[in-house]
Design a protein around this ligand. Structure first.
Ligand code: SF4
Length: 462
């Protein structure tokens, strides 16, 4: 198929607009099957978690959910920055790590990456971040090249001394959110970062020997194709080590309010499609790894190993952890989170034991985001079956759309499939849920399937 034919097919058959799928939860497909873990059963539950981790190397995620203000596009506004609340949270977080250690979850394991996410982790002073790293290293060995990354708001990093300090305490990589450099769009989104500030930060971070990623977005309120082009021109001069383009998801009530008053600010699907295409082609041209083309662990170490199905143990309220067979969440409510830890109980709230078929779907979704694709031999060794047999009609459809190719070794996305990997993952998730429930019962990170999202948005903005 030619480029135009493939893109037209993707646009008409697969494009989900403001995709439900989110790369910060790249395998979020599990439906409403959570089971509650009673506090009295958490010890036994952690035994099961331990047994389910056969790998020696694991990934650690640390959630620091505090921000200075609420961005309009935020899908999970954390807590407002407050010194006392943050100190209380920190005390409980380090105890939580101790509790997991005491239950033997780290026995015989090594941490391959530590990722500080949020929120704005850098709303905590450096000594607090160091304290968490020290706590982790007192409980678990790190691999020789363990990568420690922190997300950061540009406003917290425009300071050379701080960047040098962060490198001294062990950080190897920083990820800052910019989303766009368009001042009008930023102002609508309650964000204020300038191109010159970001350029300065990138160069200072790189001079200090750290790598830096910039998060960008398409589909923000009032964003135009010309504005996206301008962002790309600026990025060309900034040259961060990695760039992640994601689509704005219409999930925050504040943005729904805005669209109700200003429907003209909604980015229509045609324009959004063009924006995705534009940014992905640009990323490819300038050597940045794309959504469906992670090829090694240099630009996206934590994400790369996640996609390789390395288990994730997450700390902090409202975090999700994964082993091959279990997905579990910590309590979201800060009081419950702290109260349980105060009683010496790890704050696990709910879990899903993944069925074999769910594990297969997870392997498919994660593997398709690697440049090397789903390793057919590995899949067979894990499940005693072939993906082409298990997902026969789904894969045939994606192949017909020009999004997928396979041989005896692997099953992988084509170039254009990789550009629209979020839509492919959405499609796979919908297929999985339909298979499980007979209908679409999306666990709404966002607003449901494409049509229900568009309908509900329409009713809210008219
Ligand atoms: S900085 Fe990030 S986490 Fe904080 S409000 Fe904005 S989008 Fe949400």
């Amino acid at each position: 198929m030619k480029r135009t034919e493939i893109l037209a097919t993707i646009r008409s058959e697969l494009f989900y607009g403001a995709s439900n799928y989110t790369k910060s939860q790249p395998d979020l497909f599990v439906p409403h099957r959570f089971q509650i873990v009673a506090p009295s059963r958490v010890g036994a539950f952690l035994e099961t978690v331990k047994e389910s981790i056969t790998e020696e190397e694991i990934l650690l995620y640390v959630h620091l959910p505090f921000c200075f203000s609420e961005c309009l596009f935020c899908n999970s506004f954390p807590h407002h920055v407050d010194k006392q609340v943050q100190q209380n949270y920190l005390e409980h977080l380090v105890k939580e790590i101790d509790l997991f250690s005491a239950h033997g979850v780290f026995d015989g394991k090594k941490a391959k990456c530590i990722y500080f996410g949020g929120g704005t982790p850098t709303s905590f002073p450096d000594e607090d971040i160091k304290r968490i790293i020290d706590k982790i290293t007192s409980c678990i060995d790190l691999t020789e090249n363990c990568n420690i990354t922190s997300e950061a708001h540009p406003a917290t990093l425009d300071n050379k001394k701080r960047i040098v300090e962060l490198s001294k305490i062990g950080l190897k990589r920083i990820s800052i959110g910019c989303q766009t450099f368009d001042p009008d769009v930023l102002s609508l989104c309650n964000r204020y970062n300038t191109a010159s500030q970001v350029k300065r930060i990138v160069h200072t971070v790189q001079d200090a020997g750290l790598a830096i990623n910039i998060d960008m977005m398409t589909g923000l309120p009032g964003q135009t194709i010309a504005s996206v082009r301008n962002d790309l021109d600026i990025l060309e001069g900034v040259k961060p080590n990695a760039i992640e383009y994601i689509r704005h998801e219409i999930v925050n009530p504040l943005v729904v309010e805005l669209y109700r008053e200003r429907p003209d600010l909604v980015v229509q699907d045609n324009a959004l499609f063009e924006m995705v295409l534009l940014t992905q082609e640009w990323m490819e041209k300038f050597g940045y790894e794309q959504n469906g083309r992670y090829s090694n662990d240099t630009q996206w170490e934590y994400r790369y190993h996640w996609l390789k199905e390395v288990p994730i143990i997450a700390f902090g309220s409202r975090t999700r952890s994964y082993t091959k067979t279990i997905c579990y969440d910590k309590h979201e409510d800060l009081d419950t989170y702290s109260r349980l830890i105060g009683k010496g109980i790890p704050p696990v709230g709910r879990y899903i034991p993944l069925t074999i078929k769910e594990q297969m779907y997870r392997s498919l979704i994660l593997g398709l985001q690697l440049k090397s694709g789903v390793d057919i031999k590995r899949f067979y060794n894990s499940y005693n079956d072939y993906p082409s047999r298990v997902f026969n009609s789904l894969l045939l459809k994606l192949e017909t759309y020009g999004c997928l190719e396979h041989d005896d070794i692997s099953l992988k996305l084509t170039k254009y499939g990789a550009y629209f990997v979020e839509d492919i993952c959405d499609n796979i998730i919908d297929t999985a849920l339909k298979e499980v429930s007979g209908e679409l019962v999306r666990a709404p990170h966002s607003e449901g399937s494409k049509s229900s999202r568009l309908n509900s948005l329409e009713s809210r903005v008219t």
